[in-house]
Ligand binder design. Sequence first.
Ligand code: NAD
Length: 229
Amino acid sequence: MKKIAVLTGAGISAESGLKTFRDSDGLWEGYNIEDVATPEAWRRNPKLVQDFYNERRKNVLAAQPNAAHYALAKLEEKYDVTIITQNIDDLHERGGSSKVVHLHGIITRSQSSKNPKLTYPINGWEIKMDEVCELGSPLRAHVVWFGEEVPMIETAAQICTQADLFILVGSSLAVYPAAGLVNYVPRGVPKYIVDPKIPELNQNSSFIKIQEKATVGVPALVSQLLITD
Ligand code: NAD
């Protein structure tokens, strides 16, 4: 079975009602990233950060996968597909994809503020300020903040190295190290990009560009890949 690696960003979930971040002038739901998505922000004002992610979790739980998530799951009928997502939502899983690598964590789990390897399911939408991990440290959202390590990056790079086909959907490729993954895809491997606003890439010319929204471009590409070999 041919291997397909798919790298997704916030754009694939935009039509599920979850806002992207660059499309709104570098703000995330009206917040500066430095105020809500860094270890410094958590040290400065943990309640603000906890509330921010509780709200994002509430939105994620209310959102539904869209045609692009479902189409990528259907691709498994014929290919060995691994999704590498920068998204912290669980819409790929709920859309039916079986292999999903979350580069930046997943908001539906909590994490120890002392040891990032300790993660837990969350009961409902909220992490309360007095909830602690088994070490007695406060629980926070299981997401990778700016300035933190990205533990899954090596796994993701390996998946890109082994791909027979690569698809990028809805990412401005402005966030590193995720953006660097494109460089691990071997030369000569067909590469597609689906985005209504194609980002600048240093390998731009080697990409087949589908300048469409995810719900239009991804199902069309998947239909084409399911009838060819
Ligand atoms: P980004 O916001 O930097 O870029 C979004 C990209 O999606 C842009 O290139 C834009 O043109 C494209 N886009 C917008 N609407 C689209 C649509 N309907 N179909 C396809 N593409 C569309 O996103 P990023 O590159 O993923 O980086 C943002 C970071 O913020 C990520 O690391 C992520 O962890 C976090 N984030 C996550 C979510 C989520 O989990 N749903 C939402 C916002 C931000």
